[in-house]
Design a protein around this ligand. Sequence first.
Ligand SMILES: Cc1cc2nc3c(=O)[nH]c(=O)nc-3n(C[C@H](O)[C@H](O)[C@H](O)COP(=O)(O)OP(=O)(O)OC[C@H]3O[C@@H](n4cnc5c(N)ncnc54)[C@H](O)[C@@H]3O)c2cc1C
Ligand code: FES
Length: 355
Amino acid sequence: MSIPYYPLKLIKKEFETEKTCSFYFKVPEDHKKLFQYKTAQFLTFRFYIQGKEYIRSYSLASSPFLNENLMTTVGKVEQGVVSNYMLSELKEGDTVESQIPLGEFFHLPKDLKSKDFVLFAGGIGITPLFSILKTTLETGLARKIYLIFSIRSLKDFIYKKNLKELENKFKNQFQIKLIISESHGRLNPDKITKLLDNLEPTKTCFYLCGPKDYMTMISKHLLKLGNHKNSIYTEDFNIIPIRGPKPDEDSIIFNAKQSSEGEPKILKSFLNGEEIEIPLNREKSLLEQLIDQGYNPPFSCTSGSCMSCMARLKEGKIFQLQEGILDEENIKNLEILSCQCYPLSETVHIDYDNL
Ligand SMILES: Cc1cc2nc3c(=O)[nH]c(=O)nc-3n(C[C@H](O)[C@H](O)[C@H](O)COP(=O)(O)OP(=O)(O)OC[C@H]3O[C@@H](n4cnc5c(N)ncnc54)[C@H](O)[C@@H]3O)c2cc1C
Ligand code: FES
């Protein structure tokens, strides 16, 4: 397996609402340095449930600037394996396995003192935004901060007590705008225009986390209102892979030796100590094709943001939809995110075991 896992002890489990639960973890002394994290990064856990391995990422809602234990909040997903397991089975005192914190959601604008921050949270998407909120408020980073929090009903108001306390403590700086869909309808472009009425596009930056359609609608409207795309940051919890895409300007081409371009035919892979060979097609990501054939490659987000699915390209030509979380060194070493990669040559050989 590419990225190592470390034990974390669950020291507190607390329901925030009926369907969301916060988990507080203690890092063993030996690993404290490894688990130093940046605001709004995420942890990737590995669970074995009924004999099967599951890897899932969860954003940290704690802030590295406060002396808090690592904390994430998990929302129950209908028929979701890991979320249901965590909410109903995991107990205080249990040990879980986690990768070190990863992720690049929180970027700071250069001319910080002149900036207002607007955080758009849809339901459980509040998790990384709570980390951003605490960091920016407690360290005095931003001028004004608005949290626009979309929830179905007041019963779904995650972190209600903590958010209200922050609003009181930072009266002149922080405001919560709740959008309760059951009583007032969903957030839409008209409401966004009204809510942002007093803000100047060039002096505001936006952090978005929530369902895919919600984030797309907000991003599009923010651009229409004259905001620059570099001032809009998103975190994607989405788990549905894109099918059959073509390379575009955001894609990266990886080319290893002996590649003969043409209709993809064979995917070879070193995986969990086995040498595998399966038929290959253009329609699905390399990761998905292995899963479809009954193999168990590592993955979590399927959206290029966690590194769980990293492998090294040994042969063939492929494209990766976008850079995702890779850095220059990864790209130079032909380290790819297999959830984002599609074949361009007849044979593709990837190695999960030797990174
Ligand atoms: C960077 C990142 C941070 C995240 N942070 C958080 C967080 O802070 N809190 C949180 O609650 N979640 C977070 N998530 C989401 C989390 O990782 C899980 O995806 C979520 O908990 C669901 O996992 P599960 O095992 O319960 O559900 P799964 O068993 O994976 O299933 C989820 C649902 O999707 C359906 N489904 C499964 N596979 C497919 C498919 N291929 N196509 C269509 N539908 C499918 C299932 O039927 C089910 O309804 C984050 C994800 C990422 C990538
Ligand atoms: S599964 Fe997260 S980057 Fe591929």
